[in-house]
Each structure stands twice: as structure tokens, then as C-alpha cells.
Design a protein around this ligand. Structure first.
Ligand code: DIG
Ligand code: MN
Ligand code: MN
Length: 398
């Protein structure tokens, strides 16, 4: 008989948790060994996630429709999937295209040097977007897993960026021409499976979006593992995306810095990073909360059987909810508020002077009495503040 659960954050539809068919359906193969468990089918995934309290499922086209399937096979698969969604009160918030498995994409998809491959990739994406719309998806993610090189002798990276832009522009205009109000969310990753992947971080994607014909319909889909692999902060990537109004989707998982893309259970590695990420998403620190799907792009350890896969899914959602409660307590903690307030000071209302240049503000700035030695002597009590955060995370302060 297990001990009573001191924290029972059972997930529900209102939490907006989603998983990809490819995550729960991952049979545990890796580059060094074959599948270790049966592949859980899309219908069983819908049923199991609904029971577990998730809100929806996401998919690549080929997670549901085998590559090269006939129109009749496609329609039958879609019909079966749609009835499972209805029967289990589940939705499909996001759809994406597999532009990385088939050997046709061995030299890239939107950035392949062969224009025929780029055309094939765009056409495949169009079919996947049609599938997404049919399933009710509002967001289309683009992860360019093969958009890269092992040798820069292959092509000038400026050609690759130009072709990437052309393909996304074509798809954006086509989507608008279809009358669909969809969001495109671009997902960055620095490498793997390519030696270097173009547009390797969320920051690169945020700039690239501004060079597109229809930047308003494009945002980002940052992934914890992909920002952490090169040692970058997911919190800062997501914060910058939110500040720009471009956090259209998010891939939550766990990752150890400097390793291959582990796609581990959410918060199972960098717990402190997960705490501050959840704080951003929940908006407990003051800014508006993220309203989109909370998607777990992760998979269970290869050691697991099918029950272990469901343990993995429950763990992702449970850890998110536990951290959400902890960030709420942290930001409601009077001592936390006191230390933060003591550092965010502007008794002489200098902010507006810096907020907008004018000759008047220039003169006001020059007149300010600023003593660098007095300012330098100021301590910030971040040791105590971070200890408070850690004690909330460790569960000794609540
Ligand atoms: C990998 O992180 C990628 C693919 O799984 C998928 O295209 C995308 C959607 O979340 N993430
Ligand atoms: Mn990943
Ligand atoms: Mn991802």
C-alpha cells in the first residue's frame, strides 16, 4: 500500500498539457539498438493520454499516415484517429511535418541544394498542413532537423538561408491564400542529426522571422533540450520570445548540458532551470502568463516497458504542476518580494529619462548626481534570494 500522496496535482484539460504521437509512441530504439517495447498506436495514445489528464496530442504527418500511403489509406487513418479524439475528448493543437526521416531529405529539405528536393519538401508540408487543419490544429511547427551540413563545402550558408526563407514564404502565402488563420512556430536546434543545423537557437530564429514576408504569422517553438545542449539558458530564450510576442508554442523536456538531445522527462535534470521556466510560463513573477499548449516533446528511458511510458507521461505533467505551485509560493513569499523590491529602485524617477531620448532628457541625464562608489558599495542579497528559491524548490519553504 503506497503512502498517501502529499501533493495530488492531478492534471486536467485546463492545464493544456499535450504530447506528440511520436513521444508516447517511441518504441525505444536508439542509434545503438533496436526498439525495446511495442509501439503504442495513435488510438491507444489518445485513450491513454485522455485518462492521464492530458488535453491533446500533436503529430507529424507520418506519425499517423505512413509515407506514400494511398488517399484511401490516409482517409481511413484520419477517420479512425478523429473518432478516437472525439470519444476521448482530446484535441490536436499542433501539427508538424516529418521533413527528416525519408532519405530524400538526406541533404536537407527546405535548404537542400537540389531544387526538386525543396519542392518535394514544400509539397509535403502543404499536405501536412491540410491534415493539421482537418484535425483542428491552430499551430504548425517547423523543425528543420536535416537543414544543415557536415561540411560547409556543400553550399554557402547564405544560399541555405535564402532557400529556407523562400520555402517558408511560399507556405505562409499559400496558407493565407487558403483562408486559414494558422500560426507557424519555428523550432531551433544546434546540431543532431546534422553536424551543424542552420538557425541553431531560438535567438537565430527570432531574427530570421523578421526577414520573412509575413512575420506576424510566424513565432518560435523553443525546446528545453535544444537550448541547453549548447549550454544556453532556456529561461532567457523563452523570456526573449515572450517579450517579442513570439512564443507560439513550447517543447518541454529535460536535458544535461553538452550532451546529445536527450528529450528526457520534464524537470528530471535541471530542476532549477525548470523552476524558473515554469515561473515565466505561469506569470507568477509579474508578466502575463503563456496561454498556449504545454507540450512535452520527450520520451521515456529505453529501459522502460509500456507501463514505464505512462509513468513518464504522468511524471512530466505532475512535475510541471508541482513546480507551478512552488513558483506561485515563491512569488507570494514576503521575504522574496522584499529583496526584489529593494533592488528594483528608482526613487528619483530616472526610468522615464532613459525610456525616451529628448534634449530635455539629455540635459536631465547630465544633471543627475550619480556617485559610482556609493552605487558600487550596494550589496543585493541575491545569495539569500537564491537560497529562498532553492528552499521552495527543495520543499522546506512553502
Ligand atoms: C524535435 O525536437 C522536433 C520534432 O519532434 C518535431 O518536429 C518538433 C515538434 O515539437 N520537435
Ligand atoms: Mn529534442
Ligand atoms: Mn521538439
Amino acid at each position: 500500500m503506497s503512502a498517501p500522496d502529499p501533493f495530488n496535482p492531478s492534471p486536467s484539460r485546463g492545464d493544456r498539457f499535450t504530447f506528440g504521437l511520436w513521444t508516447i509512441g517511441n518504441p525505444g530504439a536508439d542509434p545503438f539498438g533496436p526498439a525495446v517495447r511495442p509501439r503504442i498506436s495513435p488510438v491507444e495514445i489518445v485513450e491513454g493520454l485522455s485518462k492521464a489528464g492530458a488535453w491533446g496530442v500533436n503529430l507529424h504527418d507520418n506519425d499517423l499516415i505512413p509515407f506514400g500511403a494511398s488517399a484511401a489509406e490516409r482517409d481511413a487513418k484520419v477517420a479512425e484517429f478523429q473518432s478516437a479524439l472525439r470519444d476521448n475528448n482530446m484535441v490536436v493543437p499542433m501539427a508538424t511535418t516529418n521533413l527528416f526521416s525519408h532519405p530524400v531529405f538526406r541533404d536537407g529539405a527546405f535548404t537542400a541544394s537540389d531544387a526538386k528536393v525543396r519542392a518535394f519538401a514544400v509539397r509535403k508540408a502543404m499536405r501536412a498542413i491540410e491534415l493539421g487543419v482537418e484535425l483542428g490544429a491552430g499551430t504548425v511547427v517547423f523543425w528543420g532537423g536535416r537543414e544543415g551540413v557536415e561540411t560547409d563545402a556543400a553550399r554557402d550558408c547564405r544560399d541555405a538561408i535564402l532557400w529556407y526563407r523562400e520555402c517558408l514564404n511560399f507556405l505562409s502565402h499559400w496558407t493565407k491564400d487558403q483562408g486559414w488563420d494558422l500560426k507557424f512556430a519555428l523550432e531551433a536546434k544546434p546540431n543532431e542529426p546534422r553536424g551543424d543545423i542552420y538557425l541553431p537557437t531560438t535567438g537565430h530564429m527570432l531574427h530570421f522571422i523578421e526577414t520573412l514576408d509575413l512575420p506576424k504569422m510566424c513565432g518560435v517553438n523553443p525546446e528545453v533540450a535544444h537550448e541547453n545542449m549548447p549550454g544556453l539558458s532556456m529561461v532567457h530564450a523563452v523570456g526573449q520570445a515572450m517579450e517579442a510576442g513570439k512564443l507560439f508554442h513550447i517543447d518541454l523536456n529535460g536535458q544535461r548540458i553538452g550532451r546529445y538531445d536527450q528529450d528526457l522527462r520534464f524537470a528530471s535534470e535541471d530542476l532549477k532551470g525548470a523552476f524558473f521556466l515554469v515561473r515565466l510560463l505561469e506569470g507568477t513573477g509579474g508578466y502575463e502568463a503563456y496561454q498556449g499548449p504545454l507540450h512535452f516533446d520527450a520520451h521515456a528511458y529505453r529501459t522502460e516497458d509500456c507501463q514505464g511510458v505512462w509513468d513518464f507521461a504522468a511524471g512530466c505533467m505532475r512535475s510541471y504542476k508541482i513546480l507551478a505551485a512552488k513558483t506561485k509560493a515563491f512569488d507570494a513569499d514576503a521575504e522574496v518580494q522584499e529583496i526584489i523590491a529593494a533592488n528594483h529602485v528608482d526613487p528619483e524617477n530616472i526610468g522615464p529619462i532613459l525610456g525616451k531620448f529628448s534634449l530635455e532628457n539629455r540635459d536631465a541625464l547630465n544633471k543627475l548626481d550619480l556617485d559610482p562608489d556609493a552605487l558600487a558599495a550596494q550589496g543585493h542579497r541575491y545569495e539569500r534570494l537564491d537560497q529562498l528559491a532553492m528552499e521552495h524548490i527543495m520543499g522546506v519553504r512553502g
